[in-house]
Design a protein. Structure first.
Length: 342
């Protein structure tokens, strides 16, 4: 009996070691298993922004979230300094105990003329709950004059291209499941089953079958990738939502995902965003967005909240984007309020 038990314990120990070895080897082969937060920005009118930094020293602020980890970035122009400064904040959501998030922060000023001349600053970052809202700061290697000198290649049509990339390497104090890495190219035997999407200077890879289920046609995604905006929309977050992950982020992220779902003809995603719109505060929801995306429940909720007819409420509505059903609901509400206003 003792010998059998000892033999079983030894086998279980070996199985446990094999499992741990397999997990370690798998993580080594899978880049960024705990998450990667990467955002690109085209900042227009950079000369005027730097010249007027004494009035408004902050260029931009943005936020993103994947799972329990949320990150926010801002870029400032200190008046008493000659270099741009990056501020990176990190937060673990719904975690009551002490937590720590470790990783690498990569800040890049892209060179429009030669990508090999990009200005890159790589630093190690540690975020802790006990540190509160203390950011990780990264200072640009270039001065304002060096940045604005067009001969250096960082300014094009008075615009600069900035990128912030944070790779999570370790989390302490909470469970962090692996997340999809959409930048990982498919294995050789799976090529042809995945669609490559080019966005800015990056490639994203995702299942053709899943995208075809959620979109009217994958060609809209490929066409949509050519859309270049002042802000590089969070494509990895959009793909998370396509694959069923919860919708995280602030009002701006919500607006961006809705815009992308509409642009890329993904009605299933747009339907999910309508449900989110119903739960959001009123100031995060614009009526014309609901009309544009044909969010009928949102429009009906807005109409039900009206107690009297205000001409200004209806003058701003985009009639050309309005569906017949929404137009009928608006007319019906106007007639009802007119009959009950006396």
């Amino acid at each position: 009996m003792g010998a059998n038990q000892s033999h079983r314990d030894a086998e279980e120990h070996e199985d446990s070691e094999d499992s741990e070895d397999y997990q370690c080897s798998y993580l080594e082969d899978y880049p960024n298993p705990l998450g990667r937060f990467k955002s690109s920005f085209i900042i227009n009118g950079i000369r005027e922004k730097i010249e007027n930094r004494h009035k408004d020293p902050t260029i931009l602020t943005t936020r993103c979230r994947r799972g329990k980890i949320g990150l926010s970035y801002s870029i400032s122009m200190p008046i008493n300094d000659t270099r741009l400064k990056f501020h990176v904040y990190c937060k673990a959501y719904n975690v009551s105990q002490d937590w720590t998030v470790k990783g690498e922060v990569l800040c890049i000023f892209h060179n429009w003329q030669n990508e090999e001349e990009d200005s890159v600053v790589l630093t190690d970052a540690v975020f802790e709950k006990k540190s509160g809202r203390i950011p990780h700061r990264v200072i640009s290697e270039m001065t304002y004059d060096e940045l604005l000198n067009e001969d250096n290649g960082f300014v094009k049509n008075d615009s600069i291209w900035v990128e912030v990339d944070f790779e999570v390497e370790e989390v302490i104090g909470f469970y962090r499941p692996m997340v999809f890495n959409w930048r990982q190219e498919a294995e050789t035997e799976k090529k042809g089953l995945e669609l490559e999407l080019r966005h800015f200077n990056e490639s994203f890879y995702c299942s053709k079958e899943i995208l075809s289920f959620h979109t009217e046609s994958t060609k809209y995604l490929e066409i949509g990738m050519e859309i270049r905006d002042d802000y590089c929309f969070p494509l990895d977050t959009f793909l998370d939502v396509v694959h069923g992950f919860p919708v995280f982020g602030n009002g701006r992220c919500f607006t961006q995902i809705s815009y992308m779902a509409h642009t890329y003809r993904a009605p299933n995603v747009l339907k999910r965003m309508e449900t989110q719109a119903m739960r959001r505060p009123k100031h995060h929801m614009r009526t014309n967005d609901a009309i544009k995306y044909n969010w009928r429940r949102v429009v009906h909720t807005w109409l039900a909240s009206l107690e009297k007819i205000e001409k200004a409420d209806f003058e701003k509505l985009d009639i050309e984007m309005m569906s017949g059903e929404i137009m009928k609901a608006i007319v019906k509400r106007i007639v009802y309020l007119s009959d009950h206003s006396y």
